[in-house]
Design a protein around this ligand. Sequence first.
Ligand code: FES
Ligand code: FE
Length: 448
Amino acid sequence: MTSNMAPRGRSGQPAGALTRPQGLARPVDVSGLVDAAGGLLDRIIFTDPQIYQQELRRVFAPSWLFLAHTDQFKKPGDFFTTYMGEDAVIVTMDRTRTIRAFLNSCRHRGARVCRADFGTTRNFTCTYHGWSYDLDGALISVPNRTGYPDGFDTADWGLVEVAQLDTYRGLIFGTWNPQAPPLREALGAMTWYMDALLDHDDEGTEVVAGVQKWVLEGNWKLAAEQFATDWYHVNMSHASALMVLTPAGKRPKDEIVHRTGRQYVDPKGHGAGFPVHPKNRFDAQPVHEWTDYPALHERLGAARVQGPLTNGHATVFPNFSYLPVVGSLRIWHPKGPDRMEVWAWTIVDKSWPEEVKEAQRLYNLRTFGPSGIFEQDDGENWSEVQAIAHGFVTNRVALNYQMGLGSEREDGRHPGTTSELYSDAAGRAFYGRWQQLMNTPAWHEEQT
Ligand code: FES
Ligand code: FE
């Protein structure tokens, strides 16, 4: 760790002359833990504390991470607190109506300067000793200011600002990495799939107020991976839920098994899977009655309407996922190797009438809310995998990601590389990207 990782305030000035010894963050070579080409995974990557710490440094710190929706910031002082990896951050709209993000940690003794989940404020005042920060992160008030030496300059002690912030169709992403490529470049062809959720019309999307949060005893990658690559679990894991949702007179499997589809496989670790059907619709939802399918065909094209528009799953590397059918956005916040905190939004089209938005909110809650009929199945699986993963022998037995090996190709209909609907291809790409980042020194590790 070198001086260019030293915390910098909004002024950009290093805030001290401390230097960390190198040994505190000695990297682990993960080359032998992931065989992306052969589809094998060493499950120590779900349990080892040293690997987890390296993820925070080399996967989360350098990557673009989802923070919030622009709809959450309507006037100066509106704020939302979240995490980037395990770093607490505040996202806020400053007095010039610019959305900015700061480390939510006081420069004095490190307490959070904002303890609320969201709200509106004039400034952020730390409740420990009273240092106060403006909406642009500047330190504006220090109790007993005269007690500090002459060289103490408040301009050096503003909140640490997230290096880059950008939006994609209402989704705000940030990265600590000043050298990260632009967000659009990082998303690449994934935007084509994301637009099936975000670009139904010119008015765009908004979020239903409030974020649902719950804790699961499982490694964050188990969830992110599943949303990138795993349609395979649906029939087995969700059998009872599918039975509830299946119209009378039909067998549940008729609805799922006999549908074909594709899986998007992105070398940057993103992934999405979706059935493809010529009559793809928002079945069994009030949204269906409201949807102008010919207009969507015109705007998004047949491939997207028949594919990722209504159904399927997706992950934007590393830990942002979504489900188009219910408008669920979610982050899998890492909380140590054995725990994740799920944060979930409901996203709706601004143009929908209030009753349709409300119906979509309820539909999302019943299916993929914390007690939703599908969500509970998924959480149970991840906790089950994690519960035994620390066993000495268990932890040494490799996991299988070989479904669809060699199936990746350009299909001529969907951008980028795709595989079969039932495939581990996007999972292999997810872990391949994870391995690449874990074995690459991040910008903050460069010598100065
Ligand atoms: Fe914030 Fe002391 S920790 S003022
Ligand atoms: Fe599921």
